[in-house]
Design a protein around this ligand. Structure first.
Ligand code: HEM
Length: 381
């Protein structure tokens, strides 16, 4: 596990940057009500730019990290392996979609600097969604091939998780700190928290359905949940998710009704109302609770990154059951082919290498037919 820590950190950074981009855009488009858009546009636009900067950085670091992970070489040899990874592996081919999508997202972000440019914001969201799909297409879900059901389930899971976790992050960083100064009418403020609560509830429903489907797919039953390292990490993640759900329920059923009850006499939308003390107190409780919920969701995202670098029990059975990787042509093209592993004691693969495409051993370690000479140790690939 410890040798995987840098790669886990890179995945966590990439997931968080993606969630921040998607969540901030979703907040501007779906959570902030019409009467409040002008007040928060600048802050949300700046946060989207910062998140896009982080996603651009994580895209570069991800490529470097995967190259080092696949080649098992140090940074010194990066210049040799990186072009090979981009040109010759399925990960590299899919990764190349990212810079193109980032360019589109940056252009859309620039256009959306003025309020009411919704189409540009949707363009940036679409580009971010394609980037999310590149994650699903290069993770465990892609082990059974591209465009498969597990890939789509993972994509929906990632999008819903990004909307929930990223949306709460945007609210915590960009909206709540200036909410009381924004001089919004109470109905507009109420509409804002109600929208936040509804979007979070919808995202949660999507996350739970897709999460359970993925978990069943990778675990293959209930037992491995309690008897495998992968299952244990999933349990830790579920603990973080459970706390976040409890906090979300408190927001929906405790704080939002309190805000509604604290609402002074009904006013027309758009008319500024003097801040009501009880109203302010209820809002500050909600803001604190949302900040804590964001923290637990951040922890769940880190746990998801650890899962991505673990070996799902179903895949482990498969790998230990006799299929391993070899280089098809020792001197030239590097690609993934399956072969029968004849060794009596098979080493436990440290990571699921299958999904990476393959960058393998030197030609001297292959026999004439391109099969690795024994002993063939996948961990050293
Ligand atoms: C019932 C609750 C949940 C279950 C059972 C669940 C289960 C899973 C499983 C099995 C995976 C696949 C990991 C792999 O590829 O090996 C996954 C991925 C992931 N989960 Fe969850 N999850 C749940 C809730 C959440 C929540 C609340 C979040 C957000 C904070 C979240 C964020 C993620 C992310 C970001 C990924 C990685 C997707 C990717 O990069 O392809 N999950 N989850």
């Amino acid at each position: 596990m410890s040798s995987h820590l840098p790669y886990i950190a890179i995945s966590a950074f990439d997931i968080m940057a993606l969630a921040a981009v998607i969540g901030t855009l979703a907040t501007g488009l779906w959570i902030i009500p019409e009467g409040a858009r002008e007040s928060f546009h600048r802050r949300l636009w700046r946060l989207t730019g910062l998140s896009l900067g982080a996603l651009t950085l994580s895209t570069i670091v991800l490529l470097i990290g995967r190259t080092l992970e696949m080649s098992r070489q140090s940074l010194r040899h990066l210049g040799h392996w990186l072009p090979l990874v981009v040109r010759e592996t399925s990960f590299g081919h899919i990764w190349m979609v990212r810079p193109a999508m980032l360019l589109i997202a940056w252009a859309a972000w620039f256009i959306a600097r003025r309020p009411a440019r919704h189409r540009a914001a949707y363009g940036a969201l679409l580009a971010a969604a394609v980037i999310a799909f590149t994650r699903s297409a290069t993770g465990h879900p892609a082990d059974q091939g591209q465009w498969t059901a597990p890939e789509w389930v993972d994509f929906v899971h990632l999008m819903a998780a990004s909307i929930w976790a990223g949306g709460l992050f945007a609210m915590t960083v960009a909206i709540f700190p200036v909410l009381s100064k924004a001089r919004l009418s109470t109905p507009v403020r109420l509409a804002l928290v109600q929208r936040l609560s509804s979007i979070a509830a919808m995202a949660l429903a999507g996350i739970l359905i897709t999460g359970v489907l993925s978990a069943y797919h990778y675990l293959g039953g209930i037992r491995p949940l309690f008897h495998s390292a992968y299952g244990h990490i999933l349990l830790v993640k579920l603990a973080f998710v459970a706390v976040a759900i409890a906090l979300g329920a408190a927001n929906r059923f405790l704080f939002v009704p309190r805000i509604r009850a604290a609402e002074p006499a009904p006013r027309t939308v758009g008319t500024p109302a003097p801040a009501h003390e009880a109203d302010e107190r209820a809002f500050s409780h909600l803001a604190r609770s949302v900040a804590i919920e964001t923290g637990f969701l951040g922890a769940a995202l880190v746990a998801a990154a650890v899962l991505l670098h673990g070996m799902p029990p179903r895949e482990m059975e498969h790998a230990m059951g006799g299929t391993m990787a070899r280089v098809s042509e020792p001197m030239g093209r590097l690609e993934f082919v399956r072969f029968k592993d004849q060794r009596p004691v098979r080493p436990m693969p440290a990571i699921s290498t299958i999904r990476y495409g393959v960058l393998r051993r030197s030609a001297s370690e292959m026999n004439g037919t391109g099969t690795p000479r024994p002993p063939f140790n996948q961990i050293a690939l």
